[in-house]
Design a protein. Structure first.
Ligand code: ZN
Length: 569
């Protein structure tokens, strides 16, 4: 008995002394290549030979032992490899070539990879290329591609993304075992691009969460995530078939957004006058100077023909036209009568020539005259002039604002002079407190013509599109059952199918069908929110939560209900 206890104790001690090791991951980089060339800046060994490049092909080879008339069995698909000395070797049938990691990464096409590469022929008579490396190094090639660390550069959001990606891979190791690897490298699994997209902030997020996964009942969860949920995530079973206790609908909200008040000392009621004031344009001489064109003074006469000639010659000096009058009319600068208030004409010139240099961004932070905006996905800092002209855009109107509040996520049109904003127009974020309001796709709209609708429903074999009816919506308002009606039948479809059918960014939408007087369909507009399937972690929501001070654990426990974080190694 004592011996047994001792033995068990010893076993326990041995196990305790050896923490579980970090797993190795095999990623299928390609599984259908006709040829593949592998290079490295430092030599690597292939078939006992040192080389800096190896070009693989799948070729039809004749069995060298075959004699006399050839039978089908004498013809075999074999893999050949050419090294940098020009020697070509035919590899034994069924062999796998493994290249251990040299000092510099192995390169394939325009990508480079940590770890080892394996190449082998497959049953489709093409080449499969597998990258094998430790899991944490694999994540360095995944996390920055699944959540852009430049646009969404919040460390806690990236840590949440790192845990989600690590959890995904823990659960899906061996998914493609029959193909000779664990996971693919595309968005059908997780996007993996090797070393060239690695990013210091994303790597820091991986290092700081090393070995941590999200578990439910002690097992790694199915850590689904999508870009922008549009305000509320959806229950898994409404989008996919499987019901999971931790993938349930949740409001994409952390703390109620703090209003960010602003004031300005100047206001001009008419925004077009505001544009001219900021540009310091009161006459044609100013306008030409603002556009960097040679100054030609003011028009000598104001009759339509003279105005048209003056405008064309001053502002479009390089345009050759038979008629200045028809040119300025076609450009939408002057009406055929050529009579327009001078301010309006000056505004139109600036506008048509895009001279005001409007930029567009999403408001991320605002404090003491400093504004942080996402401009084309890049975070940028600006000062806002104390007398900046600020307008709120409502439909086509622009209302002058001396004071007001923002909450972040507002879409802002602005001009910047050497990093300072003298004028901006913001679109109110309709009291949308969702943590993912910083996404450009938090709100979207797409129009489809009748022809596009008919093409979209062709695969359903119900004739031409006549109507669409939402039968049931989920907790997030996503239509989870939709009937599509055609001239020759009707079909009821699930959320993802509708999204694919009409090529929508998300299945969260409402719609408006346009009809002619006879009731025939002319087109349809889809008004939507979000981007992705809307189940599990909302990535832009994770960014918004991190901005509001959430930790990665807060973020993960928000989107995955009832989970525990576990450090596996
Ligand atoms: Zn969200």
């Amino acid at each position: 008995m004592r011996q047994l206890i001792l033995g068990a104790l010893l076993l326990f001690l041995t196990a305790a002394q050896q923490p579980p090791a970090e797993p190795t991951v095999r990623i299928g980089l390609t599984q259908n290549a006709a040829t593949v060339t592998i290079r490295s800046a430092t030599p690597f060994t292939i078939q006992q030979k040192s080389t800096k490049s190896a070009a693989f092909s799948s070729v039809l080879a004749i069995d060298p032992s075959a004699s006399g008339p050839l039978a089908k069995a004498d013809l075999q698909f074999r893999v050949t490899v050419e090294t940098d000395d020009g020697a070509i070797r035919v590899l034994p049938a069924g062999s796998r070539v493994r290249i251990e990691a040299p000092a510099a990464p192995l390169e394939i096409d325009a990508r480079a990879y940590r770890g080892a590469i394996e190449v082998f022929g497959n049953s489709r008579r093409t080449l499969t290329v597998v990258n094998e490396l430790p899991l944490e190094e694999y994540l360095r090639g995944v996390v920055p591609n699944e959540l852009n660390p430049v646009t969404f550069g919040q460390i806690e959001a990236l840590k949440a993304q790192a845990v989600a990606a690590r959890t995904y891979i823990q659960r899906n190791l061996g998914q493609y075992r029959n193909e000779g690897y664990d996971v693919c490298a595309t968005d059908a699994c997780q996007v993996y691009f090797g070393t060239l997209t690695e990013d210091p902030l994303a790597t820091q997020a991986i290092v700081e969460t090393r070995g941590v996964v999200a578990t439910y009942d002690g097992r790694p969860i199915n850590a689904l995530y999508s870009s922008t949920c549009g305000g509320r995530t959806e229950d898994a079973e409404h989008i996919f078939t499987e019901k999971l206790p931790y993938l349930v609908s949740t409001a994409c909200e952390f703390k109620h957004p703090k209003p960010l008040p602003f004031t300005t000392s100047r206001s001009i009621a008419n925004w077009k006058e505001g544009v001219l004031a900021v540009a310091k344009v009161t006459n044609f001489t100013d306008a030409a100077r603002f556009m960097g064109l040679p100054e030609r003074g003011e028009p000598a006469a104001t009759d339509p023909a003279s105005m048209a000639a003056f405008v064309r010659q001053t502002f479009y000096p390089n345009v050759l036209t038979a008629s200045d009058a028809s040119f300025v009319t076609e450009q939408g600068i002057l009406p055929p009568s050529a009579s327009l208030p001078r301010e309006e004409l000056l505004f139109r010139l600036l506008d048509k020539k895009a001279a005001f240099d409007w930029q567009q961004g999403v408001l991320v932070a605002w404090d003491a005259g400093k504004m942080r905006l996402l401009v084309g996905g890049q975070p940028k800092e600006f000062a806002v002039a104390p007398d900046a002209l600020i307008y709120q855009r409502v439909g086509d109107e622009r209302l002058p604002m001396r004071e007001g509040t923002w909450i972040g996520g507002e879409l802002i049109d602005f001009r910047a002079d050497a990093g300072t904003i003298p004028m901006l127009v913001y679109r109110i974020n309709f009291a949308n407190p969702a943590a993912d309001r910083y996404s450009r796709l938090a709100l979207w709209q797409v129009h489809k013509t009748k022809a596009e609708l008919d093409t979209a429903v062709r695969s359903l074999a119900i004739g031409e599109f006549t109507d669409l009816r939402v039968i049931q919506r989920g907790a997030s308002e996503r239509p989870i059952s939709t009937e599509i009606i055609g001239t020759a039948g009707r079909r009821t479809l699930a959320a993802l199918r509708v999204r694919t059918l009409f090529s929508l960014r998300d299945s969260l939408f409402s719609y408006d069908i346009e009809r002619n007087a006879a009731g025939g369909v002319i087109g349809a507009t889809f008004f939507g929110r979000g981007w992705g399937h809307g189940v599990g972690m909302c990535q832009v929501g994770a960014f918004g939560m991190a901005l509001e001070g959430a930790t990665y654990e807060d973020i993960l426990k928000k989107y995955y209900k009832g989970i525990e974080l576990k450090k596996l190694y």
